[in-house]
Design a protein around this ligand. Structure first.
Ligand SMILES: C/C=C(\C)C(=O)SCCNC(=O)CCNC(=O)[C@H](O)C(C)(C)COP(=O)(O)OP(=O)(O)OC[C@H]1O[C@@H](n2cnc3c(N)ncnc32)[C@H](O)[C@@H]1OP(=O)(O)O
Length: 722
């Protein structure tokens, strides 16, 4: 928990010891409180050095304790007593000093940091504010503007930046604890009383325009928060620091954190924190798991296809220091792709203040033969099964027998590709999201033949690229796009029934989505879905001409997006889609009067009487339809946990993190309510089978709506993919 020792005769060394990150659980707080008291009252001790075991100072409060009844001593009095002491207390910061960890460090009189240390207040990402004095001490140390930026974004700073900002007093390359001990010996008796080192006693060095900074900060934060409360409350806490004496500021901080601590948003964000980490802990029906499967070493990767996805994947790999052989079939395409990749790397290097992008890691070629020596190939060609099958057959002949063959398909059958190779166990899906060098999500698609080694290798590679990998089973659209299809369907149906694209988008954005569904569709290009619908036989020559336009494969179908594509309205790229753009390639969507006329004509052609669609209906139909499919996905074993589905939606589809993900949201609304609303909508739309409540949802409601972590126990694994 925490150890006490003496060094150099007069220095008390307190070492936090709670692996893996020295989180401040109740027992740790109790131990530090006791031994700090011992150090501060021991006459022989002249100074105290506080450090953490295993190269980590402290990652803050133990997040697992949030939501449980409080126990153990609070941090605030401990920090207060430490700061009030006449004995200098020096923090030796290695690894991280985050949240409560940084608050402890700010209560110390001096801070020495290792060059590789990172510091920050990530509380906002957990739906909280720094609630143990951090919101009041940090602005007294570094001023309102810098504190505002760090606290409202949760951004971590390097030791070097912390030094520049004045958060730490010294940065060391060598042994931080030894340096801190020497430092402590040097300051004993030098700076008495320690008044100027006590941040709580500092007269705030606020500039005259602090009020304006806070006002601007509040406006910026509200605009970016997409409905999240914590960033707004962070600004309120900083306003207290700027305008009130320290003790009153602390009272306000306490009131504000108490308001947030049990909020549904804080719960959702904390759920996301663990869901993201649990997604790494995959397992397969064979018993193979993340911690018993060895990934292969990957030094050189082949990327086939230099379209939008291939380019982003190549950039991601090169940025992670991995050699890439990028293959295109046609010279012109290769030229375009090469220029785009080099441009992206150049801009990235400039942003990081680096003059040379790592282009030495890149080879561009028109020949697949150059893939003979790569460890792994990522195929990123068009979504055309025949093309992919030909390519996989060829890759099998070209690549060394141990090369993993991965497909970036966004929903085609990974198993159908595996069976054309002589190495089925080495075939997995690596489904990146556009732009692949920016988006964090990676679906690792495990087919029935994929080996644990192949899954482990793809997941480890994803981690090296800074992605959040989630292992999913093989089915059309996997998890993300399978649920997205139903979300889109509901959005189209809402247009048929009377809504306008901008109305649906506005409601979704107010709910917290990064972008409304129709704006997303315009951005990705309407032709993407059009091709998928053609390939799956929903449109095209295979459809019986007698089939009604609004009816496909036994259920309601909306031809709206097909009609737009037929008119060449493909979204941003053509200057017109669900919205109007100033020029082709324009980015600013404007409601399109022609779209409104088009929808009116469409409705009258099919005898649909438009009605006013309420915001709550938009949210319910879109999000409950998604969650309902999520329950089916769980039942089929395509996702192992509801958490995995939520991670996919938060990291890949702009789902608001403070609402936890579609499955968590369903749980927060109440499964019984979701069930009842789905029944209601299904009654109104019996021709939409995916509105019919899934059997798992019904069973969960019958079982009393257990919490998300217990849903797995109610899944009847008839045939589990995971
Ligand atoms: C009021 C509020 C107060 C006073 C607070 O302090 S709120 C907490 C503020 N602190 C944080 O938000 C830090 C959260 N942690 C991280 O950012 C990262 O975990 C890390 C930078 C500390 C380390 O990152 P990394 O090396 O990638 O490792 P993991 O993220 O995988 O973490 C390792 C395991 O430690 C668990 N963990 C991390 N932080 C905490 C914590 N504060 N409380 C409890 N547990 C924590 C994490 O879940 C991992 O566990 P396993 O998945 O391995 O079981």
């Amino acid at each position: 928990m925490a150890r006490y020792s003496r060094t150099e005769g007069t220095i008390a060394l307190i070492t936090l010891s709670n692996p893996p990150v020295n989180a401040l659980g109740a027992a740790v707080r109790r131990t530090i409180t006791d031994i700090m008291h011992r150090a501060l009252t021991d006459g022989e001790v002249k100074a105290v050095v506080l450090c953490g075991e295993n190269g980590t100072f402290c990652a803050g409060a133990d997040i697992r304790e949030f939501g449980k009844p409080p126990s153990g001593p609070a941090l605030v009095p401990l920090i207060h007593d430490m700061e009030a002491s006449e004995k200098p207390v020096v923090a030796a910061i290695e690894g991280v000093a985050l949240g409560g960890g940084l608050e402890i460090a700010l209560g110390c009189h001096y801070r020495i940091a290792h060059a590789k240390a990172r510091l920050g207040f990530p509380e906002v990402m957990l739906g909280l504010i720094p609630g143990a004095g951090g919101s009041q001490r940090l602005p007294r140390l570094i001023g309102i503007p810098a504190a505002l930026e760090l606290i409202t974004t949760g951004r971590l700073v390097s030791a070097q930046e912390a030094l520049k900002l004045g958060i730490v007093d010294q940065v060391v390359d060598g042994n931080t604890i030894e340096t801190a001990v020497k430092f402590a010996l040097n300051v004993i008796g030098v700076c008495r009383p320690l008044l100027s080192r006590r941040l709580s006693e500092r007269t705030p060095a606020f500039s005259v325009d602090a009020a304006a900074v806070l006002e601007e900060g509040m406006a910026r934060v509200k605009q970016r928060a997409r409905g999240a409360f914590a960033p707004v409350v962070c600004v309120q806490a900083l306003r207290a620091a700027a305008t009130l004496p320290y003790s009153r500021g602390m009272e306000t901080e306490e009131q504000l954190i108490n308001m947030l601590i049990d909020s549904s948003q804080a719960r959702a964000l904390q759920y996301c924190f663990f869901a993201q980490r649990n997604a790494r802990k995959w397992s397969l029906p064979s018993g193979a798991r993340w911690n018993n499967s060895k990934p292969r070493a990957v030094h050189r990767v082949g990327v086939v296809g230099l379209g939008t996805m291939g380019r982003g994947i190549t950039v991601s790999l090169v940025k992670a220091g991995i050699s890439v052989v990028a293959v295109e079939m046609e010279e012109k395409q290769m030229d375009l792709g090469m220029r785009a990749v080099l441009g992206m790397l150049e801009r990235d290097a400039q942003r990081r203040g680096d003059t040379r992008p790592p282009t030495h890691l890149l080879t561009f070629t028109l020949s697949l033969q150059q893939l003979g020596n790569v460890d792994l190939v990522i195929e990123a060609v068009f979504e055309d099964m025949a093309l992919k099958k030909r390519l996989f057959t060829e890759l099998c002949n070209v690549c060394k027998p141990s090369t993993l063959l991965c497909t970036n398909t966004s929903g085609l059958d990974v198993d159908a590709l595996a069976v054309v190779t002589h190495r089925r166990s080495l075939v997995v899906g690596m489904h990146f999201f556009a732009p692949a060098n920016v988006m964090k999500l990676l679906e690792v698609v495990c087919g029935p033949h994929s080996s644990a080694e192949a899954v482990a290798t793809a997941m480890t590679l994803g981690k090296r690229l800074g992605k959040v990998g989630v292992v999913v089973g093989n089915c059309p659209g996997f998890v993300g796009n399978r649920m997205m299809k139903l979300y889109l369907d509901q959005a189209y149906f809402l247009l048929e029934e009377g809504a306008a694209p901008e109305q649906v988008d506005q409601v979704l954005e107010e709910f917290g989505f990064t972008m409304g569904i129709f704006k997303v569709s315009d951005l990705s290009g309407l032709d993407v879905g059009w091709r998928v619908r053609k390939a799956s036989g929903l449109i095209g020559p295979d459809v019986n001409p007698k089939t009604p336009s609004r009816w496909r494969q036994g259920c309601r179908y909306s031809p709206l997006p097909d009609l737009l594509c037929e008119q060449g309205h493909l979204g941003q790229k053509s200057g017109r889609g669900w919205y109007l753009y100033e020029t082709p390639g324009g980015k600013e969507p404007k409601p399109d009067p022609a779209m409104h006329r088009f929808l009116q004509e469409y409705r009258s052609r099919y005898g649909l009487t438009p009605r006013h669609v309420h915001a709550h209906e938009v949210i319910e139909r879109c999000t409950y339809a998604m969650a309902n499919e999520g329950f089916r996905i769980l039942e089929e074993g395509i996702a192992a946990r509801a958490e995995d589905i939520d991670v996919i939606y938060v990291f890949g589809y702009g789902w608001p993190r403070h609402r936890g993900g579609p499955m968590f949201h369903a749980a927060q609304v109440g499964l019984a309510t979701v069930l009842q609303r789905l029944e209601h909508y299904h009654q109104l739309h019996p021709d939409v089978p995916h509105l019919q409540p899934s059997p798992l949802l019904q069973r969960l409601v019958e079982a009393g709506s257990p919490p998300v972590h217990h849903w797995r126990e109610h899944v009847q694994h008839l045939h589990s993919h995971l």
